[in-house]
Design a protein around this ligand. Structure first.
Ligand code: SAH
Length: 352
């Protein structure tokens, strides 16, 4: 079956031409799929009945099922556990802010990257998501809440740059004027540091916000926490980031999860400041969420704020992320872990 919701208008034109249809049908089908979000070809009332039948015979419209939905009593954060057509599970989290709703989405079922502190990688890697499965997380959250999603963060389960083709396709579809029409300026893509893809993204000049999961200031420490660092070390990563900023003029966001006694000293704050000084960037400090296998503990509050102050004093802009959804295990990977029979963090929450 053709995955029709992953197709661009240009590709639909070709498909429909093969079925003997005029060009304008492609836009109609695209709008049904992406604006009206039809879940069956029968709904596409301005298409001839014979065409609807033919499409239904050739193509499937990707749909996700809500397997579980948790709503935070504290702040209205909504967490979805979605079931994919093949029975696998992924998560999305909708966070409410004064300026609108932000949706954190997954790009893969599990993850190969093996970061020591991350729940998403512990249950292993199953497969990458298709573009339509990435997109449908956004559509479902919008339909289910009846609210507009005004920004997207690709910080859920998976490494987006390890599913690069499908992520690029998703980015094209979600920004399409005939679809959701969400500007790339309202999308953040978070990566553990897949350097060759950062260069490729820079060339495309998409105006995304690139988030880099840095978490350490020396190659020794980072390689221990994040296996990707053995392939591309910190200096190569930061060079790629400088190239990205040079090309796109977009500020880069660095994620730094503070782990008690591991990466939260004043000396490490000063090292981080030295690494980033003079670059167009912002540092997000996140007290690490506890993950059993890693044995890492959150840095105490005073240390988090001291770390932030040390960065700010050196002229590197840093904020401490606000915790949302603390009562619903909102941090990524946690619900899927429960479903797969693994232990979630009892205090797990998203910090955005
Ligand atoms: N693979 C991508 C996106 C998914 S992870 C990446 O690595 O960026 C989203 C963010 O959550 C990353 O910054 C990641 O490092 C961070 N993260 C993962 N586990 C965490 C934990 N236990 N506590 C705090 N942040 C965590």
């Amino acid at each position: 079956m053709i995955d029709i919701k992953s197709m661009t208008i240009g590709e639909l034109e070709k498909l429909l031409a093969d079925l003997g249809q005029p060009k304008f049908r492609a836009k109609q089908v695209f709008q049904w799929l992406h604006q009206k979000q039809a879940l069956s070809f029968d709904e596409m009332s301005n298409l001839p009945a014979a065409l609807r039948k033919e499409l239904a015979g050739h193509a499937a419209i990707t749909a996700l099922e809500i397997e579980r939905k948790l709503v935070s009593q504290l702040d209205g954060t909504v967490k979805y556990l979605y079931r994919l057509p093949d029975g696998e599970h992924i998560e999305s989290v909708m966070m409410r802010y004064e300026h609108g709703n932000s949706l954190c989405i997954s790009s893969q079922v599990g993850c190969k990257m093996g970061c020591a502190f991350c729940a998403s990688t512990k249950a292993g890697f199953v497969r990458s998501l298709t573009a339509s499965e990435i997109l449908e997380q956004v559509y479902m959250a919008g339909r289910d809440t009846g609210e507009k999603i005004s920004s997207i963060v690709m910080m859920g389960i998976g490494e987006p740059l390890d599913n690069y083709e499908n992520v690029l396709r998703f980015l094209e579809l979600v920004a399409s004027p005939e679809g959701l029409n969400l500007s790339h300026r309202h999308i953040s893509l978070s990566t553990c540091g897949v350097v060759d893809k950062i260069y490729d993204l820079a060339e495309r000049n998409l105006q995304l916000t690139l988030s880099i999961s840095l978490h350490a200031t020396t190659d020794g420490a980072r390689s221990e926490m994040m296996p990707i660092n053995r392939r591309w070390g910190i200096s190569e990563l930061l060079e790629a980031c400088r190239y990205y900023t040079g090309k796109t003029h977009r500020r880069i966001s660095y994620e730094y999860a503070l782990i008690a006694g591991v990466n939260d000293s004043r000396a490490q704050a000063l090292e981080l400041a030295a690494l980033l000084k003079g670059t167009l960037c912002h540092v997000n400090l996140i007290p690490v969420n506890y993950v059993k296998e890693a044995g890492y503990e959150k840095s105490p509050k005073e240390r988090v704020y001291a770390f932030q102050k040390a960065l700010n004093d050196k002229g590197v802009n840093a904020t401490v992320r606000r915790t949302l959804g603390a009562d619903i295990s909102a941090a990524c990977g946690q619900l899927r872990r429960e479903t797969e029979g693994l232990q979630p963090d009892p205090e797990g929450s998203v910090s955005i």
